[in-house]
Design a protein around this ligand. Structure first.
Ligand code: ATP
Ligand code: MG
Length: 420
């Protein structure tokens, strides 16, 4: 099937889509909207995901009804309607626990690379053609007829992520599509970018500077969560695009290793893999991507812990791992050990695996002494208390973080009472 303009394919929906129709909430929404010559269809991601056997998180609907009419009909049918983005035609309907985004068919008549001025229409085909990728442009009627105006079905089967129409033009309409192209290719494709899209992304790369840091943040983390994140990052790094997003020199080889070491999707760890070696790298990312405090702190702490592991080709001994846990906590130690393993020369896989497990399973050591113990030993309150406690802590760490009371009492006795 060729691209836009080749005509629609109106076929009976494949078995995979039948399950969507069992949804009672969806049946209520269709019943409310789909009458008196108006038509509503399921569109976009829900169909794509169902065809690929992926879970559907939300069902988006497109309709010939204008937003006000969607609200009126929904209210009349006892559904709650929220005018989420009426200027762009979107109303959110609540049916029971579920929400549906219902968007009036539209055509983008003017675009400035970020926003579109939209005209409402009545053609499902025109609405399909304004969408980004062929895999996102299917629509299906209430009675199970599937419409494919752009060759999306074939592309879904072949796991190809292709722009609808001419990629460079579609990118110039909305530069966010460059990042969506990377993300969808990493999630649904085999990770190798469609070459026409890839070339257009390179040619139009200056447009990335027009995207807000928040949008780059959101899309980059979605890209990093995707199955083929490492492959796509390797490609876009080679194409000179990845450093534009993160304002650092990316290390896609290290990302590949981290993904192999810990396959579960952890986008922040993957971001660290891509470009965090030192605490200042984390600080730069915080600025560049407007990371949340929690995100930035995780990266900064991981970097601080990693600094103590730089250059190791095999993991530290147990005692040192305990020290890592004590000083940096479980999350940062765990992150750092993975990054250190990814940086190490190959070999010692089992040892690294055991070190990772140790950090996960071992309780974080807590200093079993306090200032009160020092004062009880007759140390005068003030700076001397802090100094004595520091000395005691160093001895306790050297002794291997003991917990046994007799041993602790001895350590306490042996510690000098400071300069007072
Ligand atoms: P997800 O599972 O990530 O939500 P989705 O396909 O539902 O996937 P959305 O971002 O929710 O993606 O967008 C819904 C639909 O709207 C897409 O499937 C696509 O058809 C269209 N769309 C979204 N963003 C754009 C864009 N920037 N340009 C063109 N079409 C877009
Ligand atoms: Mg969606």
């Amino acid at each position: 099937m060729s691209q836009a303009g080749a005509g629609s394919r109106d076929i009976e929906a494949p078995e995979a889509l039948a399950a969507l129709f069992g949804d009672q909430a969806l049946i209520r929404v269709f019943a409310a909207l789909d009458q008196e010559g108006e038509e509503t269809r399921i569109v976009g991601g829900a169909l794509r995901n169902a065809l690929l056997g992926r879970p559907t998180h939300e069902i988006d609907l497109a309709t010939t009804l204008l937003p006000e009419a969607v609200m009126a009909r929904a209210n009349a049918a006892g559904l709650r309607a929220i005018p989420t983005g009426v200027a762009h035609g979107t109303v959110t309907l609540l049916a029971g626990e579920k929400t549906f985004e219902v968007t009036t068919l539209r055509e983008d008549i003017a675009t400035d690379g970020r926003r579109a001025i939209v005209l409402f229409g009545r053609s499902f085909e025109t609405d399909a053609l304004r969408r980004d990728f062929t895999i996102n442009a299917l629509s299906m009627t209430r009675d199970g007829r599937l419409f494919d105006y752009t060759g999306g079905l074939d592309d879904i089967a072949a796991r190809k992520v292709r722009f609808i129409g001419e990629p460079a033009r579609r990118i110039a309409e909305d530069y966010l599509r460059i990042l969506r192209f990377f993300r969808f290719s990493a999630d649904f494709g085999d990770g190798l970018l469609d070459s026409a899209g890839r070339i257009a992304a390179i040619r139009k790369r200056d447009g990335l500077a027009r995207l807000s840091r928040e949008r780059i943040h959101a899309e980059l983390l979605k890209l990093l969560s995707a199955r083929q994140a490492a492959t796509v990052c390797t490609e876009i790094c080679a194409d000179g695009l990845l450093h534009l997003l993160i304002a650092s020199v990316p290390n896609p080889a290290r990302l590949r290793r981290v993904v192999a070491i810990v396959p579960p999707q952890d986008p922040l760890l993957r971001l660290a893999a891509l470009c965090v070696n030192l605490p200042e790298d984390a600080a730069r990312l915080r600025e560049r991507l407007r990371l949340s405090n929690a995100e930035a702190e995780r990266l900064e702490r991981a970097a601080l812990a990693l600094v103590t592991l730089h250059g190791l080709n095999e993991p530290p001994a147990r005692g040192d791992l305990r020290g890592l846990l004590f000083r940096h906590g479980r999350q940062a130690s765990g992150d750092a050990i993975i990054l250190a393993e990814a940086d190490a020369r190959p070999g010692h896989d089992d040892e690294w695996g055991r070190a990772r497990k140790f950090l996960l399973d071992t309780e974080e050591p807590r200093l079993p002494f306090s200032g009160a113990d020092m004062i009880a030993r007759g140390i005068v309150e003030g700076r001397a208390v802090g100094e004595a406690l520091k000395e005691l802590q160093a001895r306790w760490i050297r002794a291997g973080f003991p917990t046994d009371p007799a041993r602790l009492a001895r350590l306490l006795d042996e510690t000098p009472r400071g300069t007072t």
